[in-house]
Design a protein around this ligand. Sequence first.
Ligand SMILES: Nc1ncnc2c1ncn2[C@@H]1O[C@H](COP(=O)(O)OP(=O)(O)O)[C@@H](O)[C@H]1O
Ligand SMILES: [Mg+2]
Length: 438
Amino acid sequence: MRLSRLLLPILKETPAEAQIVSHQLMLRAGMVRQSSAGIYSWLPLGHRVLRKIEAIVREEQDRAGCQELLMPTIQPAELWRESGRYDDYGKEMLRIRDRHERDMLYGPTNEELITDIVRSSVKSYRDVPKLLYHIQWKFRDEVRPRFGVMRGREFLMKDSYSFDLDYASARHAYNKMFVCYLRTFARMGLKAIPMQADTGPIGGDLSHEFIILAPTGESQVYCHRDLLDLDIMKEAIDYDRDLQPLVDRWTASYAATDEKHDPARFAGIPADKQVTARGIEVGHIFYFGTKYSRPMGAVVAGANGEPVTLEMGSYGIGVSRLVGAIIEASHDQHGIIWPDSVAPYRVALLNLKRGDTAVDKACDDLYASLQLAGIEVLYDDSEERAGAKFAAADLIGAPIQVMIGPRGVKSGVIELKIRATGKRFDLSPEAAVAYLTA
Ligand SMILES: Nc1ncnc2c1ncn2[C@@H]1O[C@H](COP(=O)(O)OP(=O)(O)O)[C@@H](O)[C@H]1O
Ligand SMILES: [Mg+2]
């Protein structure tokens, strides 16, 4: 993409309304624009990151055997009356009345809707287990939307739901999502720690929040330092095997949110291993048995014809929140440092002297080669001074910067800079293409 054509409203000043660094950087880098409190448009740069995160979430869900579907954002109130949550949910729920005076709502979550789908389409014990997910916008009329996309009113969530015949099978579904979540976050360069958590309005008795540590996090958390060094990706996972031993290993050390904190157990950890910190919740999983299936009648015929009420769990990932959370975890004073896996562009190509025929040609040639090789490049072909281009590239945070100016062209070299380390080196144009396409 040529920067001169991109809708990229970069801000020179830090907007006063943004309190935390991810929100400041997202606004400065022209990733999002607020349309009303807690509701954002995703501009092209932000949208690319959102889609990358979504793709990783999807790949890992699919790998775990979870099936994607898509439920609507607008739901009928009657389903929520069946579960008893229509009144319980309170003011966070955006209630809507249609032209026929029917009560509708903009979904804050989808337990009722998915239970309705499953109860009408799954009738026999042979049809379960089922593990289903969608990636869909949610609306929660938060009292205090803040921190940009971290606590929005409209936000994108991946939510999965499991339906099983008995506890053992439901626990296996829970464990699948547990492992799948750790892989998902690890692939985004995040150290997400699974912590015992409260179940809140979803209900139930088994729950983990996946938390990344950051001073700006909204949760107070406590954990064993060793959990920061778990190497998730080195485990070969077979989702059909018993995952309990692995889950037990990954939950052996103490980790809890404020609500579940046990000071006595925490005190038993060696002092230098005690971590007391703030954290950002990026995912949350729940097992809640028959909380929804019983009142809503999600029942199948068991092996001997007897009715079996399905055991359920639900599993959420804050897809849009992750954009902010990744920035909180990966930035410096100059801007964002995207992990490769979610970077909006892999390469920022800077033309340091637009209008210089040789420089323009060298840039255009490299841009063409990289485009052909399928490398995502943001080509800064704008009229800005070199200094402004350096600053913009650091702000936007593509993992690799390539700088071409008159001096380099004369001596036949291209300068590269690794955004994360600041390391710079020169390569010949051919070697640069080889390096960037490797
Ligand atoms: N207001 C919000 N803005 C952005 N993301 C949110 C918001 N509320 C929840 N999420 C994300 O969705 C995930 C699942 O939500 P859930 O646990 O049901 O909500 P909560 O933690 O508010 O009870 C959370 O882990 C979080 O990452
Ligand atoms: Mg939660």
